[in-house]
Design a protein around this ligand. Sequence first.
Ligand SMILES: CSC[C@H]1O[C@H](OP(=O)(O)O)[C@H](O)[C@@H]1O
Ligand SMILES: Nc1ncnc2[nH]cnc12
Length: 257
Amino acid sequence: MVKIGIIGGSGVYGVFEPKETVKVHTPYGRPSAPVEIGEIEGVEVAFIPRHGKNHEFPPHEVPYRANIWALHELGVERVIGVTAVGSLREEYKPGDIVVTDQFIDFTKKRDYTFYNGPRVAHVSMADPFCPEMRKIFYETAKDLGFPVHEKGTYVCIEGPRFSTRAESFMFRQYAHIIGMTLVPEINLARELGMCYANIATVTDYDVWADKPVDAQEVLKVMAENNYKVQELLKKAIPLIPEERKCGCADVLKSMFV
Ligand SMILES: CSC[C@H]1O[C@H](OP(=O)(O)O)[C@H](O)[C@@H]1O
Ligand SMILES: Nc1ncnc2[nH]cnc12
């Protein structure tokens, strides 16, 4: 069974030569694309491009529930979400990697849960990212000599528009990076007891700095830095222990009413 799943973000549409492509149907419809199964340094991995093969799903229309459900159905226990993010701080520079450790949710209208009743669940999100995977990704990125931040708070906006300057200045008070896709991907993974880690690549200084970000810039910087994500996944994935000792699945014991 494949235990590790990668969800690739903007500019990341494949991370290995697939051995197999699986069309999964879920109670929530189809995932963004058929799931690719392949190997990274001998470890079996499943991959879904979050925005579809041709970037046809904007962030507010990504079928998050279908993506997470499909990975879970295939046996995935650990999800690695790869994202492009804007920087809200001078010291988080374009090209840097962030191993996100917290988030703030500014989305407005998404499907946030698998439990819309009659079964009701309140999942704990105090420390939402897998500590085991975070440590491995941070240390591996450092060993590879990549500029990496051990922590960072990700503010997730609804999109698809970018922020106004006023919004950006407000977000700067509380968060380090900004994107449009972490939520509800992480909530949903957690509701199924899966581990979640976020590998964020900084692509721009959002709009608080002089030059406002645009989509072309994000894709260009992501293309330039894609090799870091690929190298990081190649070196870190074999270090992820098969058996989980992180406790991420423990939330299942106490989340149901
Ligand atoms: C292409 S610009 C905005 C777009 O890029 C980020 O995508 P992802 O998180 O999937 O890497 C951002 O969240 C927006 O969806
Ligand atoms: N500045 C930004 N705002 C929102 N999402 C982003 N993704 C990459 N850069 C971004």
